[in-house]
Design a protein around this ligand. Structure first.
Ligand code: SF4
Ligand code: SF4
Length: 300
């Protein structure tokens, strides 16, 4: 049955990079989690854009998992589940992020049968359990597959009928069918943050370039406060790539949500008269005018 299911799933469309890729919106983007993960070297970066060579792609789906924005569409066809267990397979090693996501989707264990768990799997399971502890979740167990009963001839043929009725269900096991947005880890642990966005107030000019490019809307100004919603950050690095002052640092920091808030002041620029925000109430020029060459011919 699983061979049939896997074959049907493998007929799914090819992997493709969606417009959510940060490289589509930001020419300065340096994100390359997918490129680094792909063992087939199927990605190429041309004019800052990501190109996937479908002739080299084996549709293993590892890039989908690695992308912080869930920007790669496709199907992970080599993962097999038996109830709430992910079945151990020597041919790949799951990532910590993947196991944390499966856990929230109902996976409780890793199932082994004849072959013992490999060293690489053991490491990932152990590291995932460390994170699960921080996230106040139960650990993932490793369980031995229960030996299948030897069926009588009658029961054997009867089982075909039963399996036939379940075919539609097993072809689309609801818990393990993943949609586009399903690989974004922040969706699954809404009470926790995975990253802390550290901004150096001394250097930041509040030009708001990061506000515009952050795909997760982490930065906001509300009631004269700069609010950084760390729980939304997926470490796509768009903000660090775009910041002209190099003031942002993203730190892996798994813990209960702790947003950062800083007072800001709304002022009118003495040169261009446009409104701008600043941390320093004494600033008189907006970031654009402050950075402009003094010889520049102002139309104002
Ligand atoms: S990991 Fe995702 S966002 Fe980053 S370059 Fe690849 S597809 Fe784009
Ligand atoms: S804060 Fe920066 S790294 Fe985090 S999601 Fe936004 S742009 Fe990406």
């Amino acid at each position: 049955m699983s061979i049939l299911v896997n074959w049907l799933e493998s007929l799914h469309e090819e992997m493709k990079v969606s417009s959510r890729c940060v490289r589509e919106r930001n020419r300065k983007a340096t994100c390359g989690f997918c490129v680094q993960t792909c063992k087939q070297n199927a990605f190429e970066i041309k004019d800052h854009l990501l190109i996937l060579d479908t002739n080299k792609c084996t549709m293993c789906g590892e890039c989908m998992l690695a992308c912080p924005l869930s920007a790669i569409e496709g199907v992970l066809s080599n993962r097999v589940f038996d109830g709430g267990s992910l079945v151990f397979n020597y041919n790949y090693v799951p990532s910590i992020k993947e196991l944390l996501i499966y856990k929230k989707r109902g996976m409780t264990s890793i199932q082994v049968s004849q072959q013992p768990l490999s060293k690489e799997w053991k490491t990932v399971v152990s590291q995932s359990n460390d994170y699960l502890q921080m996230l106040d979740e139960d650990s993932i167990e490793v369980v031995q597959k229960v030996k299948e009963e030897v069926l009588s001839r009658r029961a054997f043929f009867g089982s075909f009928q039963k399996e036939g009725k379940q075919l539609a269900k097993s072809m689309a096991p609801a818990a393990w069918k993943m949609k586009q947005d399903d690989w974004k880890i922040t969706r699954y642990y809404p009470d926790y943050q995975f990253f802390t966005v550290q901004l150096n107030k001394e250097k930041c000019t509040l030009c708001q370039a990061c506000f515009a490019l952050c795909p997760e809307n982490v930065f906001q100004i509300k009631n004269n406060k700069l609010v950084i919603q760390n729980e939304k950050c997926v470490n796509c690095t768009s903000c660090t790539d775009v910041c002209p002052e190099n003031t942002i640092e993203i730190i892996l920091d798994v813990k209960s949500i702790k947003d950062s808030q800083e007072n800001v002041h709304l002022k009118a620029c003495i040169v261009c008269e446009h409104p701008f925000y600043t941390f320093n109430v004494e600033n008189e020029k907006c970031p654009v005018c402050a950075n402009r060459d003094s010889d520049w011919l102002s139309p104002y």
